[in-house]
Design a protein around this ligand. Structure first.
Ligand code: HEM
Length: 466
């Protein structure tokens, strides 16, 4: 069924009445602060969704030590990400993650970021990424082998399997290495992320030098990550002429300008840790939410399987299959609409600005939330419904280009989007042709918005051969 995307007209900034001077921000009153802080910890997405429903596209949260400026109209996202990106540095969450990611591509700024992006992005262009289809297929085959071994054998956490898959792809791609040997990698990323979230949620109110157990754990995790990178680089086959080594050379080249060898090493370390983190959680989140949504919908599951069987038969996928799997692509796109892996695009204003008549002071914490934007009732009919047909090639495009931005937008748009999409589509097809997944536990899974959008409690399933 094709669904029309036509919706009631939403007032655009241009049609809103403009009064004299800056507009007054809607938002919860000061007395609501304790409740807001509780909700920030307990359910960040509900906090934002409820505020958008109550106050509209612009909300100011006065939260004691911090004020958050939440903008939820696609025009606002366009302004921050694309029209005036020079005025917005990376904000909450990523700012804190910088203690782990250093000056890697995700968190660096200014001239350093520009130079890195110029050097690294050619490696992630569509045509270069195409050459990694074989790597994705190999990792997909290892995954389906593991899944096959679990058929009829109790409950498996599919979210965990998706994480293992995406790590496997990155290990093969970047380093020609088997990352499953490095069992400290997952827990170390876990501690580093949880620390970044904790720092974000405590709104910077707890000093990092305090001798708290979590501060010690964080430092140990950071050391583990550094050791892992050192081990991986040392074990890399010397001068291997495979594509993986090209990729590492490019990451290394991003800090070639540094005269000091220690700085060059730090540069490579930061890029590698960044790619491992940014590249595995996001794609794993996409795959987990996709299977959660699909497993509740037999018709979608059957259509996926039919496409996968017709296109792939029982051979390994190749890059040209991507264009032959339109339904699988639609399913992934719709899953990323409902559960965008990067749910918050946070920014800090460098200088004062104005969005839609609202004054943004210098230093303001600005929040664009893809989760609420992708469910904006003004741009998506029945926004909470899972309907892959919205993305059918014959369906009208989204009502606003910025109503759907799972990979972000503007100069800081995801560098790995082609890789992430290829991986998600090819692996979903490989899984769909072989298996069905019966969800275990509660039918409705809760979100856990970490740096990426996780599923609380993982995704326990029983695996059935298709
Ligand atoms: C479905 C999978 C993915 C999704 C949904 C996703 C989403 C995003 C988003 C929304 C951003 C922008 C963040 C911001 O503006 O603050 C971003 C940036 C980034 N992503 Fe991805 N990503 C995915 C896969 C990947 C992969 C596979 C890699 C690398 C192997 C990767 C590496 C990066 C990097 C390095 C950046 C920072 C780019 C820059 O600032 O220049 N991502 N990603």
């Amino acid at each position: 069924m094709t669904v029309s995307n036509s919706v009631d007209p939403v007032p655009t900034p241009a049609t809103r009445p403009a009064g004299p001077g800056p507009r007054a921000y809607p938002g919860p009153p000061l007395r609501a602060v304790p409740g807001l802080l509780r909700k920030l910890w307990a359910d960040r997405l509900a906090l934002l969704s409820d505020a958008a429903a109550e106050y509209g596209d612009v909300v100011r949260f006065d939260m004691g030590p911090k004020t958050i400026y939440f903008f939820n109209h696609p025009d606002h996202a366009k302004h921050v990400l694309t029209d005036n990106p020079a005025n917005y540095r990376k904000g909450m969450g990523l700012h804190e993650a910088r203690r782990t990611l250093g000056d890697g591509l995700l968190t660096s700024e200014g001239e350093t970021w520009r130079r890195q992006r110029q050097v690294i992005s050619p490696a992630f262009r569509r045509e270069r990424v195409a050459s990694f289809a074989g790597v994705v297929a190999d990792a997909g085959a290892s995954l389906t082998g593991r899944l096959d071994a679990h058929v009829g054998a109790g409950t498996v956490d599919l979210a965990r399997e998706m994480t293992a898959l995406t790590m496997d792809v990155l290990g093969r791609m970047l380093l020609d290495a088997d990352l499953s040997q490095l069992d400290m990698l997952g827990p170390a990323f876990e501690v580093a992320q949880s620390q970044a979230m904790w720092e974000m949620l405590t709104l910077g109110a707890v000093p990092l030098w305090l001798p708290l157990p979590r501060n010690f754990r964080f430092r140990a995790a950071r050391r583990d990550l550094e050791d892992a990178v050192r081990t991986l680089l040392a074990a890399r086959r010397p001068a291997a002429s495979g594509k993986g080594s090209d990729l590492i050379s490019l990451l290394a080249a991003a800090s070639e300008g540094e005269a000091d060898a220690q700085m060059r090493w730090r540069g490579l370390r930061d890029q590698l840790i960044t790619m491992l983190l940014a590249g595995h959680e996001t794609t794993a989140s996409t795959l987990s939410w996709t299977w959660y949504l699909v497993s509740g919908q037999p018709a979608v599951e059957a259509a996926l399987r039919q496409e996968a069987t017709e296109v792939l038969g029982d051979r390994m996928p190749v890059i040209d299959d991507l264009a032959r799997l339109p339904y699988t692509t639609m399913v992934i796109q719709e899953a990323m609409r409902l559960y965008p892996p990067v749910w918050g695009l946070t920014r800090k204003a460098v200088s004062a600005d104005e969005i839609d008549g609202y004054a943004i002071p210098a230093g303001a914490d600005v929040m664009i939330c893809t989760y609420t934007l992708h469910r904006h009732p003004g741009f998506w009919p029945d926004p909470d419904e899972f309907r892959p047909e919205r993305f059918a090639p014959s369906a009208p495009p989204p009502a606003h280009r910025y109503a759907y931005i799972p990979f972000g937008a503007g100069p800081r748009v995801c560098v790995g989007s082609h890789l992430g999409m290829m991986e998600a589509v090819l692996v979903t097809a490989m899984m769909a042709r072989g298996f069905r997944f019966e969800l275990q536990g509660p039918a409705r899974r809760e979100t856990e918005p970490n740096l990426s959008l996780r599923m609380r409690g993982g995704l326990p399933v029983k695996i059935v051969r298709a």
